[in-house]
Design a protein around this ligand. Structure first.
Ligand SMILES: Cc1ncc(COP(=O)(O)O)c(C=O)c1O
Length: 457
């Protein structure tokens, strides 16, 4: 293990002076005297520059599925860098790892998802999806099919297109939403938006909003619908049973491309390799990133159906899209090895059969707490949502920032979770142990006790 003697004070000074962290207030960054510096990690635990340990309830940022300290992933990157650190796929050339990884991915995806385009991030994958869908419809002689339909409170990335496709109003507010022909419909957020309905009724109502919007804008103008199987950044919104089959059926009814954004749900997070497999839908394209390399190196992939690729082949011209690092050999070699680890250690089954049920049991316990309005999980992703009045979905006033209060109480106890509005969300690595997961639940419970006292002040 590296054991460097870092000069913490110097690094904090430089951090404030020169480094701009993601999705942050730079005034707060300055007030804090710089961000907490994480220097090493092992298994499911990260350590900061002062040696403080934190159980990583967020798997980095929804990505370090196989846990930290995997020498195999470092070795394969080292070997590939020595043999061939880079070559492109622009010049009628390709390297070995992207071919092997594409072939591996289509086996995991199954069905008609037989082709893979590589990118570097989830946002870039969604750019690929968008450009490909629009070009596909041009090739089909229906260039007026331009509209993308997404959901409110969806997250599809932070490029201009990713933010526009996403339904995060606070992102639109800062930059505008300069890309047209994007429509946002209801999200399947039962606790927040359908409290008085049964989950099934609400799920159908939320799905039917897609059909309503398609009919409003004209089915002949719609290119695609995009959605996350479970909305992660939006607060772990787990749709009611029946929602996804209905969405899938509506897309098929109007001949609209169905795109599953699996950047968080892919690679076992819900207990199947992909979220669409859990829900039994048949997407035409799939975006994946994060868990593809367990975050060890940037890489994303866009799976594309045979029908779409055959249409492009029939057009018989260059599709003018691609990134310098599309199919980067080092990233793809790491992706392959990462999948080998997930398969070899049966981690998807571990999520479904061992960790998922343990988390669900923990959530049932947390649901009893007076501060908790809803505690939900699927596979190894979950959220706990806070209310001012038990048995209702009435929130504390926004300025009380209940999510932040609980999150900070967790972090103070050595557990990293994320705050989303009046909730905390979590998605630990698939290698989290039984005892660590118990620690996570117990810590959240203690944090809730502390937060309740604070919120009632
Ligand atoms: C569902 C989903 N899509 C896309 C993205 C964007 O991925 P990236 O941050 O790698 O661009 C994210 C990131 O969290 C995501 O959760």
């Amino acid at each position: 293990m590296l054991n460097r003697n870092y000069d913490a004070a110097r690094l904090h000074t430089l951090d404030v002076a020169h480094h701009l962290p993601a999705q942050s207030s730079y005034a707060e960054h300055q007030r804090m005297g710089g961000n907490r510096i994480i220097t090493r990690a092992a298994g499911s635990t990260v350590y900061d520059i002062d040696g403080e340990a934190m159980l990583d309830g967020m798997a980095g940022l929804w990505c370090v599925d196989v846990g930290y300290g995997r020498k195999e992933l470092a070795d394969v990157a080292y070997q590939q860098m020595q043999e061939l650190p880079f070559y492109n796929t622009f010049f009628k050339t390709v390297t070995v790892p992207p071919i092997e990884l594409a072939a591996k991915l289509v086996k995991l995806l199954g069905g008609n998802l037989q082709h893979i385009f590589f990118n570097n991030s989830g946002s870039e994958s969604n750019d690929t999806v968008y450009r490909l869908a629009r070009y596909y419809w041009q090739c089909k002689g229906q260039p007026q099919r331009k509209i993308f339909i997404a959901r409110r409170n969806a997250y599809h990335g932070s490029t201009t297109l990713g933010a526009a496709l996403g339904g995060m109003t606070y992102m639109h507010a800062q930059h505008g939403s300069p890309i047209g022909d994007i429509e946002h419909i209801m999200q399947p957020y039962h606790f927040g938006e359908g409290f008085d309905e049964t989950p099934e009724e609400f799920g159908q109502r939320a799905a039917n909003d897609l059909e309503t919007r398609i009919l409003q804008v004209g089915p002949e103008n719609v290119a695609a619908f995009i959605g996350e199987p479970v909305q992660g950044a939006g607060g772990v919104i787990i749709p009611p049973e029946g929602y996804w089959p209905r969405i899938d059926a509506i897309c098929k009814k109007y001949g609209i491309l169905f795109i599953s954004d699996e950047v968080i749900c892919g690679f076992g997070r819900l207990g199947k390799w992909f979220g669409f497999q859990h829900y039994g839908t048949k997407p035409d394209m799939v975006s994946m990133a994060k868990g593809l390399t367990s975050g060890y190196i940037p890489l994303s992939a866009t799976a594309v159906s045979t029908e779409i690729v055959e249409t492009l082949r029939a057009a018989d011209e260059d599709w003018v899209h691609g990134y310098t690092y599309s199919g980067h050999p080092v990233s793809c070699a790491v992706g392959l090895k990462n999948i080998e680890i997930i398969e070899g250690e049966h981690l998807v089954d571990r999520v479904k059969d061992v960790l998922g049920p343990q988390l669900a049991k923990g959530m049932a316990r947390l649901a009893q707490h007076p501060l908790v309005g809803d505690a939900r999980s699927l596979g190894l992703i979950g959220a706990v949502e806070f209310v001012a009045e038990k048995g209702t979905n009435k929130r504390y006033p926004a300025e009380k920032a209940s999510g932040v209060v609980v999150r900070d109480a967790c972090i103070a106890r050595g557990l990293m979770v994320r705050a989303v509005r009046d909730s905390i969300v979590f998605c630990p690595p698939y290698v989290i142990t039984h005892d660590e997961l118990e620690f996570m639940i117990n810590t959240i419970h203690e944090a809730l006790d502390e937060a309740l006292a604070k919120l009632q002040e």
